[in-house]
Design a protein around this ligand. Structure first.
Ligand SMILES: NC(=O)c1ccc[n+]([C@@H]2O[C@H](COP(=O)([O-])OP(=O)(O)OC[C@H]3O[C@@H](n4cnc5c(N)ncnc54)[C@H](O)[C@@H]3O)[C@@H](O)[C@H]2O)c1
Ligand SMILES: O=c1ccn([C@@H]2O[C@H](COP(=O)(O)OP(=O)(O)O[C@H]3O[C@H](CO)[C@@H](O)[C@H](O)[C@H]3O)[C@@H](O)[C@H]2O)c(=O)[nH]1
Length: 439
């Protein structure tokens, strides 16, 4: 099939590459000239495990190409995916200016029948708005389909190639058949393509993200209780997660959920609810708890240093909002950095992939280290914000020799309490008793 993908960010690039990988001809369109130039020259623009290999192979096979010219990009396509940003507007609702702007342009250039697919996360009713925006200028035939994307960053290729399910919202039989043919290679292992109406598909995406954010937040509140009641959240997590009705996944407490999706999508669903006079109370609580959770380590840090962080120097491991990505959107680490700097401390950071993005955002407010161990030089304590694998079994001897004090604040519960106690560290984590608290 011939496919166009408009927007070549995390979702667009993965979508375009994976469709090319199953033999389709894909043209990706983006307004960012530098990005299109780099991609056309075989230079990948995001870090996503496994993506570069597929990207290069399909570029070489000429099943994947990039352009800034929308008309050229879509002219042969039977299906046009919109993988455009839907950032929060001033009031927290999803801003549809990119989606509706491109829809408006499409209306002026569509000639023969095409399926326009909302891949972006968009509020209920957007398919109708896209339809109206295209229809305004268009005499040709087209259908608008909602096909929300559920991939996670860091495992995006796997999630896309082997999805738990594909959700397709359409009331057109013609579009349904085309979408079914396109996705068949991805669901051969038995996971379903679930067809529904457009509105239900749009809501499914927000409900999924909000449910997962609620699950994490619930565990973060359980962790708060554990700290106050002398229980261990890891034990409680295992105890409840083995009940199949609850499930083992997404029960890991930490310094809050971040990323480009959960924070904005929970907020957008609350806003959509308000617009139909419904107060989605549980989600208001989720947002409130998560805001506070991002700084959950701060009182512990301040308490250890007797409420005076002025002149203290910290090593911070992990900047990306989660491991295996360079994405720092709404990363809890950034909130920690901000809070530490406000207290008069200095920070040396290390992240395997996200340092350039942080440099672009906050420049020389922190120092950037060559390795996780360089960051420790002369630091008063180590803070861990992201659970990259290389932080899980570090060389503790190097940590001991570089740090001024044997002190670790761990926002992702990486270490075994008994082992770290043996090593003599003062160690604070989430929902577990501190190790060596008297030091
Ligand atoms: N990032 C994820 O993991 C993820 C997963 C599922 C769904 N989503 C949703 O998918 C959508 C896209 O997210 P993303 O993370 O890929 O965004 P992104 O910011 O990484 O990429 C968006 C791309 O669109 C381009 N763009 C903007 N205006 C354009 C225009 N007029 N024409 C062509 N290109 C244009 C930008 O230059 C950018 O390259 C959002 O709605 C998001 O909520 C994201
Ligand atoms: O047990 C857990 C699991 C995750 N997180 C945090 O939750 C955030 C989001 O993690 P994850 O969901 O793995 O990453 P995303 O790439 O943001 O993916 C989410 O958002 C995407 C965009 O909508 C959806 O497509 C995915 O299905 C959905 O999982 C991160 O800050 C994680 O640290 C936890 O704190 N505890």
């Amino acid at each position: 099939m011939k496919i166009a993908v408009i927007g070549t960010g995390y979702v667009g690039l993965v979508t375009g590459t994976c469709f090319a990988e199953t033999g389709n001809d894909v043209v990706c369109v983006d307004i960012d000239t530098t990005k299109v130039q780099k991609l056309s020259n075989g230079q990948i623009t995001i870090y996503e495990p496994g993506l570069e290999k597929l990207f290069l192979r399909n570029l070489k096979e000429e099943r994947l190409r990039f352009t800034t010219d929308l008309e050229d990009g879509i002219k042969e396509a039977q299906i046009i995916f919109l993988a455009l940003p839907t950032p929060p507007g001033e009031d927290g609702s999803a801003d549809l200016k990119y989606i509706l702007g491109v829809s408006d342009q499409l209306g002026k250039i569509l000639k023969d029948y095409k399926v326009i697919v909302d891949k972006s996360t968009v509020p209920v009713g957007t398919a109708e708005k896209v339809h109206a925006a295209i229809k305004k200028n268009c005499k040709g035939e087209f259908d608008v389909v909602s096909n929300p994307e559920f991939l996670r960053e860091g495992v995006a290729v796997d999630d896309f190639m082997k999805p738990d399910r594909v959700v397709i919202g359409t009331s057109s039989d013609r579009a349904r058949k085309i979408m079914n043919d396109l996705y068949l290679p991805f669901v051969r292992q038995g996971n379903p393509i679930i067809f529904m109406d457009e509105r239900s598909a749009e809501l499914t995406k927000y409900a999924a993200n909000s449910f997962l954010a609620t699950k994490i937040t619930f565990m973060n509140e359980v962790a708060q209780l554990c700290e106050r009641l002398g229980a261990d959240v890891d034990m409680v997590r295992r105890g409840i997660g083995s009940d199949e009705r609850i499930g083992k996944r997404f029960l890991f407490p930490g310094i809050g959920y971040g990323g480009s999706c959960f924070p904005k999508d929970v907020q957008a669903l609350v806003k959509s609810s308000q617009e139909v006079s419904y107060d989605f109370r549980i989600l208001n609580a989720v947002m409130d708890v998560n805001e506070k959770q991002k700084l959950h380590l701060m009182p512990k840090v301040k308490k250890y240093f007797k409420d005076n962080l002025k002149g203290k120097h910290f090593a911070l491991w992990g900047l990306a909002f989660k491991p295996n990505t360079d994405d720092i959107r709404e990363a809890p680490a950034l909130y920690m950095i901000d809070a530490l700097l406000k207290e008069g401390a200095t920070v040396a950071v290390f992240d395997p992939e996200a340092m350039n993005n942080v440099k672009q955002l906050i420049g020389d407010k922190v120092t950037y280290s060559e390795s996780q161990y360089d960051a420790l030089e002369n630091a008063d304590a180590l803070i861990i914000a992201t659970e990259w694998n290389e932080f899980r079994t570090p060389n503790f001897l190097k940590i001991v020799t570089s740090l001024k004090n044997k002190v670790i604040f761990d926002g992702r519960n990486l270490f075994d309490i008994a082992a770290i106690r043996e090593l003599g560290f003062y160690y604070e984590s989430i929902g577990r008793a501190p190790a060596n608290p008297t030091k």
